[in-house]
Ligand binder design. Sequence first.
Ligand code: GDP
Length: 298
Amino acid sequence: LPEEYRKGRELLETVLSHTGNSTRIAVSGVPGVGKSTFIESFGLHLISKGHQVAVLAIDPSSSLSGGSILGDKTRMHELSRHPQAYIRPSPTSGFLGGVARKTRETMLVCEAAGFDTIFVETVGVGQSEIEAASMVDLFVLLLLPNAGDELQGIKKGVLELADLIVINKSDGVQESQAITTQSEYRKAMQLLSSSKNSWEPQILRCSALEKQGMDTIWEAVKNFRKSLKNSGEWEQQRRSQYEKWMWTLVEEGLLKNFRKNEIIQKKIPELEKFVASGEILPASAARKLLEMWQSYKK
Ligand code: GDP
């Protein structure tokens, strides 16, 4: 509703000067890798050090199934009941872009409310990782101790987004495998280009279940922050994220207006049919629509 959008925008503008003071961390990995266990353990660890933690999720599948897998409170039992934590399930309506936008906006509200560490949880399949990477400072990819990329379904593109790779479940009988996997990834990552100038991705291990390795990971996060702040890359990354966000919204708005236009709307079914049957080139149909839009605008 336009009225609600307006109110929402006003609220965001009011709190804007109180935002930006958090560390924004994406946590990604295939289902079962231990994302919720990790966020629970790591989140509680940070709270014990005096931090306030918010957990948001980008889950495109929830818009299809209508139910949310990620960010579900029952998955982070202890953390969700903690007064210093806030957990918001992925919004269940809308397309990925809409879910991502709401997550961005919620992040700002959380920051204004004093949360200094924001987790954005995604499921490791590709597009939602790119959305998450476009709104966080640091990207954590969780991996299983006993499998190569192919088995883990991790795409090279997702690996390249990672600033920290953490082999989870490094406990019990799986620990030695985790150590092997760690050294394999250390070698493999040297072949990939890093997404940051002032940081080389690190490969760590932890056991989210046994709450081991949390301090090492937090140290790495702090080192990451220090390096990027010193080089200026921290601020620069945020500026370019905001810029991209603006253009995404401009594009969305334009497209919405375009599709709403009556003259265009009338023409669309016919052109779609001709394009589908191969009678008109997609490029020609697009040009026709854009020309109609141009002359309407005049
Ligand atoms: P998600 O789907 O990525 O959120 O994964 P979950 O956090 O739900 O964990 C999936 C399963 O792995 C659960 O049964 C967890 O108890 C288990 N798990 C998570 N972390 C660890 C760990 O560090 N060690 C072991 N052994 N099991 C873990």
